[in-house]
Design a protein. Structure first.
Length: 291
């Protein structure tokens, strides 16, 4: 069976609903000529109206993209990538940042706007990944992600207790050091920081074997990058020092970066910006002490 294009899929769904092109256009506040062009694959719907279009046609946004061929769905995303995929989450982030200051004494609203910033940031990151041609399963209408996050807000989050563990964080950017500190401060772990890869290697050499339970290693650092720092640690003559678990931290999420990290002897790979649950779960897998 020949795979449909997004245009033919929209047309078939419209006809199933008994809608004319004009009727669909009026519901979406676009012209009937726009709908006609979609159905002939001469142009594609603005990604901002996909949730409404999907709702009218009785499907999901994922259905619209999944049932279209790769060429048309990629064109759909790329056509709108510089607008709704980037501008919408940025507006949410900036707007919520202002609201955080206003509601800093209101824990409920503060948490709500903070969650919206985090979800919008994750969506923005997924949009950037798609622009680079990466398969990102977290992509989709931004509004849907915000609604999912609303449902999670009252859920019980897993607790992580790393009391008695000493973690070395190799990170040259101060704000990222602060983010890592804030994420980890509730775990009761002891934290030490290295401002570049060379300092990290020197700190491991200076301490006895087993002193550090885990290293969080940024990839892009001055003097000595994280890849080379990991290689040098793995080549230390003392086996206990050389075998300390290392989790790579980087905004470079392409496959070659992952391969390079693992080839250097790193144990896991966590993307920036940090997702607290993902980072803590990865750490838990490599820290021997049970909470």
């Amino acid at each position: 069976m020949t795979q449909s294009t997004i245009g033919s899929f929209i047309r078939s769904l419209r006809l199933e609903k008994g809608l004319t092109q004009l009727a669909l256009a009026e519901k979406l506040h676009v012209t009937d000529k726009a709908v006609s062009k979609w159905e002939r694959d001469l142009s594609y719907p603005d990604i901002r109206i996909l949730p409404q279009l999907a709702d009218i046609l009785g499907v999901t946004v994922s259905d619209l993209l999944r049932e279209s061929d790769g060429e048309s769905s990629n064109a759909l995303l790329k056509q709108n990538m510089n607008y709704s995929d980037l501008r919408a989450p940025l507006h949410i982030i900036l707007g919520c940042a202002d609201l955080l200051e206003t509601y800093k004494d209101n824990p409920v609203k503060f948490k709500r706007y903070l969650d919206a910033i985090r979800v919008s940031g994750e969506y923005l990151l997924s949009a950037v990944n798609r622009m680079h041609g990466e398969d990102d399963k977290s992509s989709g209408a931004l509004e849907e992600l915000l609604e999912v996050n609303e449902g999670r807000r009252n859920s019980t989050e897993p607790a992580y207790d790393f009391k008695g563990c000493r973690i070395l964080i190799a990170e040259d950017i101060k704000v990222n050091q602060e983010i890592a500190r804030e994420i980890l401060k509730t775990t009761n772990a002891e934290l030490e920081f290295a401002e570049n890869g060379q300092i990290c290697v020197d700190m491991v050499k200076e301490k006895p074997g087993g002193y550090y339970d885990l290293i969080l290693m940024d990839i892009m650092m001055p003097q000595l990058n994280g890849i080379e720092a990991a290689r040098q640690i793995r080549s230390l003559p003392d086996k206990e020092r050389a075998s300390v678990p290392i989790i790579a931290m980087t905004a470079n999420a392409e496959e070659q970066d992952r391969v390079a990290a693992f080839d250097a002897g790193m144990n896991a790979f966590v993307e920036k910006p940090f997702n607290a649950d993902i980072l803590l779960q990865q750490m838990k897998e490599f820290i021997a002490r049970e909470p």
